[in-house]
Write a protein that binds this ligand. Structure first.
Ligand code: 5CA
Ligand code: ZN
Length: 415
């Protein structure tokens, strides 16, 4: 699939050398780990299910991983970034039916809007942007591999992955069984289906029913299960033991747990990813923002109301990516104030020495992508530039230009 236009990312290394190693929080161990990319850093981030437009929660999650990509690049690493699009799945088919549109048209339309939103927010696109539909041959190959390894069974024509095939199943989320079953039920699973060996076993191939979409294959005519799609795409484009698997915290279980177990079973190797990074949930009016609940603030709505996308970006970056938080209009007002203050400061040209800001900003982002702390560092510099404008002491003529590049490269905010 086509991704979107990349923003320009200024290189800082000529002026500033390399940024420090990035440490991130790993869901699987519950601790902080230093990412240690060998050659290129390999990143898989779960993409959208395109049945409704991008809301601020999605945007916050993709911005978190954008910070990671920028941090790696500034550390001198090449990055191979893969993201999927779940362009065939139950919620998408249901929404298309309800609204009387063709599911493919709906997916195309919403994916295009997502691309536009991401480009406007200056999010660096993935190197491989891969749809589920175009990956069906990959998915079929992985299911055949599961079958060959005895990790597949049938229930009324549908194919299931038995979680017992992976002895480490459950180790990513660390949840007790009761919680797993409840979350599985809530998040697209079918723990109550008769004929399954374990309520947690997951559907990998669904035979075509009624006028559902289906593709002919060696498995019969049907469509892929959600989890295996991400497993197959990640294995194809990154291989095992890639650096970071990411998404929102609602994907920890069952999605990322299943992806990891399926990959272990398909390859006989582990780990699937070295580190699992999860962003917190953005809420509105006391509940997680979600397409299914409809309590959304869409990026496109805010954009079309004339808001500068850089203010949207700053509003989201003002919250630590792992925190759960609630969106309010105050977030945007605060970000607009900050943006104009920063712009005022860099437009002066001269300003305080950039050395301290560089160290503070890079180290904040190296410590589990602490964007709020990085914003405070820029605030400090901007206040210094504005309050000391005109006084020659400590003022560097190139400071404004350097800070503009620094803020652009590391925070993706164009001043
Ligand atoms: N297509 C699947 C992943 S393979 C999916 O979860 N799609 S999604 O459209 O529902 O979500 C896209 C991304 O946004 C996921 O990483 C999800 O965890 C994240 N996300 C969804 N809702 C929120 C929210 N309220 N706050 C923060 N992130 C969210
Ligand atoms: Zn996924």
């Amino acid at each position: 699939m086509r991704a979107w236009q990349s923003p320009d990312v200024p290189s800082l290394t000529d002026s500033f050398g390399f940024a420090p190693t990035v440490v991130v929080h790993d869901t699987a161990t519950g601790g902080y780990v230093a990412t240690q990319p060998v050659d290129a850093a390999r990143l898989y981030v779960c993409g959208i299910t395109p049945y409704d437009a991008t809301h601020l929660g999605h945007a916050a999650t993709y911005l978190a991983f954008d910070l990671l990509v920028r941090a790696w690049r500034d550390g001198g690493h090449d990055v191979v970034y893969v993201q999927n699009v779940t362009d065939v799945d139950d919620p998408l088919i249901e929404r298309a039916r309800e609204s009387g549109v063709d599911w493919e048209k709906l997916a195309e339309r919403e994916t295009e809007l997502f691309r536009e939103d991401m480009a406007e927010l200056r999010v660096i696109p993935p190197d491989h942007y891969i749809g589920a539909v175009e990956s069906i041959p990959l998915v079929v190959r992985q299911i055949e591999e599961l079958r060959a390894r005895g990790a597949l069974y049938e229930v009324d024509g549908d194919l299931y992955f038995p979680v017992s095939a992976d002895p480490t199943f459950g180790s990513l989320s660390g949840l007790d069984r009761e919680t797993m079953v409840a979350l599985f039920r809530e998040r697209g699973g079918d723990p109550d289906r008769q004929g399954k060996k374990d309520p947690l076993d997951c559907l990998v191939w669904q035979q075509q029913r009624g006028d559902d979409p289906g593709w002919e294959s060696s498995l019969g005519t049907g469509r892929p299960g959600w989890h295996l799609e991400c497993t197959a795409i990640a294995l194809e484009y990154l291989g095992m033991a890639f650096d970071v698997n990411g998404g929102g915290s609602d994907l920890t279980f069952p999605h990322h747990e299943m992806c990891a177990s399926e990959a272990h079973a398909v390859t006989g190797e582990r780990p699937f990813a070295q580190t699992y990074v999860h962003a917190g949930m953005v809420g509105l009016d006391g509940e997680k923002m979600s397409k299914s609940k409809g309590n959304l603030v869409l990026v496109s709505t805010v954009r079309r109301a004339g808001t500068d996308p850089m203010a949207i970006r700053l509003a989201l970056l003002a919250h630590h990516y792992r925190d759960d938080w609630e969106w309010t209009d105050g977030d945007l007002a605060e970000a607009e104030r900050r943006l104009s203050r920063w712009r005022e400061a860099v437009a002066l040209g001269a300003g305080p020495d950039v050395g301290n800001l560089l160290i503070d900003l890079r180290s904040a982002l190296a410590r589990d992508l602490d964007a709020p702390q990085a914003l405070l560092a820029v605030d400090n510099w901007a206040e210094g530039a504005i309050t000391e404008a005109g006084s020659p002491a400590g003022h560097h003529p190139q400071a404004g230009r350097l800070v503009r590049d620094l803020v652009d490269a590391r925070l993706g905010v164009l001043l």
